[in-house]
Design a protein around this ligand. Sequence first.
Ligand code: NDP
Length: 296
Amino acid sequence: MSATIIDGKAFAAKVRGQVAEHVARLKGDHGITPGLAVVLVGEDPASQVYVRSKGKMTVEVGMNSYEHKLSADTSEDDLLSLINQLNNDPGVHGILVQLPLPKHLNEDLVINSIDPAKDVDGFHISNVGLLGTGQKAMVPCTPLGCLMMLRDHHGSLSGMNAVVIGRSNIVGKPMAQLLLGDSCTVTIAHSRTKDLPAVVRGADIVVAAVGRPQMVPGDWIKPGATVIDVGINRIDAPEKGEGKTRLVGDVDFDSAVQVAGAITPVPGGVGPMTIACLLANTVTACCRANGLAEPE
Ligand code: NDP
């Protein structure tokens, strides 16, 4: 039997539609247009693609998009002074600094200089602390998108065994916090985990956020489990022609789809949800800044 494919692309389009409706209400009823500022330092090609598509979708849902492209040799002082300016700009409700930053810039210092109320990526230590203590936080977009898909598929996640593979600050750890918040029994696995296949086999929910192409085979998956594949890996695809590549996840989709109850594809799963959640977080930040009701 083949798993249900969780269509992140369609779900993300629905979320963006809801965001657009909320933006229209903010404009019509209150004369407020939410604004998202994205700061890109340097010319990393993948980051340029992300920033371009974030900007395009921000405008599509009716929000203002402000792009700040800085050269790779920008000094820390100049970057901090731009962030300070954006923190104080009432037209900017969300600030995102595209990671990774060039090596000479201190990522923690830069992220923690963003006003936590405008930190739509949810990486500021205040938001990390709020999330960890179950308080109202800005929640990192990728794990939030994963949680939304899981809730949509299962309804309640209470009591389920969840394994998150990966313990990064941007995906693994906040994902684990969110699953714990929804009353899952959570295991966080990483490169030192012993007998990872056995750990994964005990999971009703597997979230793979490693960055190793097709690392999780179908025979690690408990029959009927839900698999959320966060990984985005580019591999050679000689079958498409010489020098061609394709994107794959951290899960071996072809074998996992035979065993899982539900699975997200790559591409078309977690990726589109990440940007949709960024837009939703910006609307949330705008509502909070203006003392208005937040989207649910
Ligand atoms: P990191 O490199 O920061 O973290 C990877 C994690 O995987 C680490 O905790 C590491 O463990 C763990 N790991 C590495 N090797 C193994 C192994 N053999 N067994 C078990 N665990 C292992 O990556 P990110 O969290 O930033 O990203 C993970 C993946 O998700 C990447 O493919 C990335 O491209 C993708 N991604 C996708 C997004 C989307 O929108 N869809 C957004 C963000 C990321 P340790 O800590 O011990 O080193």
